[in-house]
Design a protein around this ligand. Structure first.
Ligand SMILES: [Fe+2]
Length: 364
């Protein structure tokens, strides 16, 4: 029986691909969902291939894997609907490993809940416990206030981050904030489909603006850093102006405008405190930040400033409160839940051991 040449070539290529090119591929991140708008959302996942082994003078070899991000963007989604998905076969991942679900942003008026947490860059066991606790709250989405990993350039750290967060990320939507430990690395932008480090989105009756406070990694040029901050501030002002009809405006960033951790002067942002008048003018309900590894709540001129950096990084001290401004400080691993129902919002900070740190009621 004659064997068509075209079929033979196709079969040979498939076998080569299966046996060689893709043999080392492994699913090491995701699936996860980023940036759902009223009608679109992107599913992403990370594939690891064999990388390079590098040996130094000491003779100790280190392996640096190749990480490749894959993503698909869906359109035609309906507000508030829940979608189940399954990504293609990758390496030895089971069908269960490749499945996930998420909710499309609720229509205006429908209640929703989200979680804010951050600084997950070390102490894996505590990071894992914080993620397990957050997953039990079944959030519609989560906002990570930055410092996902200790070094955004290290290709070994990203699979570790995704491994710990796997069961949370496959059942919710992820909104990342750039931290200083990401070091403005291209992987942050690539993995999470981030076009610019400052962006905004709407969910139900609330508007969210995410900004990049890691100014020192923007450029080695002072004038370029100043230009970046001016451009971002102009964008933020216009964005908040456009969202004045929203019941709540929330802003997320990594470096807190207000903090009790003043003992390390170099650690305090020069830029983010300059935004306080803008937050007041634009009636921002709450500003969420990280960077300091504890829980802090300050209330200044009607704006709530919450530091939530208790996701696993070594805890920072609860230093002396800012007089007349600080409401609560606790040095503990934790996360913050926010439930929004129409023009009311309930914020609850919860410690890893389950004890309530504090509750805050917001009304329009
Ligand atoms: Fe940080």
């Amino acid at each position: 029986m004659a064997f068509p040449m075209r079929s033979f070539l196709a079969l040979s290529f498939s076998l080569c691909a299966a046996a060689g090119l893709y043999a080392a591929d492994r699913l090491v991140g995701g699936p996860y969902v980023v940036y759902p708008a009223a009608r679109t959302a992107t599913i992403g996942w990370i594939v690891e291939s064999d990388g390079a082994t590098v040996t130094g003078d000491s003779g100790q070899a280190r392996r640096f894997p190749v990480l490749r991000s894959e993503k698909i963007t869906m359109t035609g989604l309906k507000p508030g609907e829940t979608l189940q998905y399954e990504i293609p076969e990758v390496g030895g991942a089971t069908p269960e490993d490749r499945k996930g679900s998420f909710k499309v942003p609720a229509a205006a008026g429908a209640p929703f809940q989200f979680v804010v947490f951050g600084d997950t860059r070390s102490r894996d066991e505590l990071h894992r416990k914080v993620i397990e606790a957050i997953a039990r709250t079944n959030p519609d989405f989560v906002v990570h206030t930055g410092d996902l990993v200790a070094d955004g350039y290290d290709t070994l750290q990203w699979p570790n981050f995704f491994s710990i967060e796997k069961d949370l990320l496959r059942k919710t939507v992820f909104f990342p904030v750039l931290g200083n430990h990401e070091r403005d690395n291209a992987r942050f932008y690539d993995f999470f489909d981030v076009k610019t480090a400052y962006y905004s989105f709407d969910w139900g009756t609330a508007h969210f603006a995410v900004i990049d406070s890691d100014v020192s990694n923007v450029s080695s040029s002072k004038s370029a850093r100043e230009r970046f901050w001016a451009d971002q501030t102009a964008w933020l002002e216009a964005d908040l102006e456009r969202s004045q009809k929203a019941a709540f405006r929330f802003v997320a960033m990594h470096h807190p405008p207000l903090t009790v951790n003043l003992s390390s002067a170099g650690h305090v942002s020069k830029e983010t405190p300059t935004l306080e008048p803008l937050f007041e003018k634009m009636k921002v309900a709450a500003v969420f930040a990280g960077h300091d590894h504890n829980y802090q709540h300050h209330l200044k001129n009607g704006v709530h400033y919450i530091v939530t950096g208790g996701g696993g990084a070594p805890l920072a001290k609860a230093e002396a409160p800012l007089e007349g401004i600080t409401v609560k400080v606790e040095s503990v691993e934790h996360y913050v839940t926010v439930k929004v129902e129409g023009d009311k919002a309930h914020i609850e900070a919860v410690a890893l051991d389950g004890h309530p740190i504090e509750s805050i009621e917001l009304a329009q």
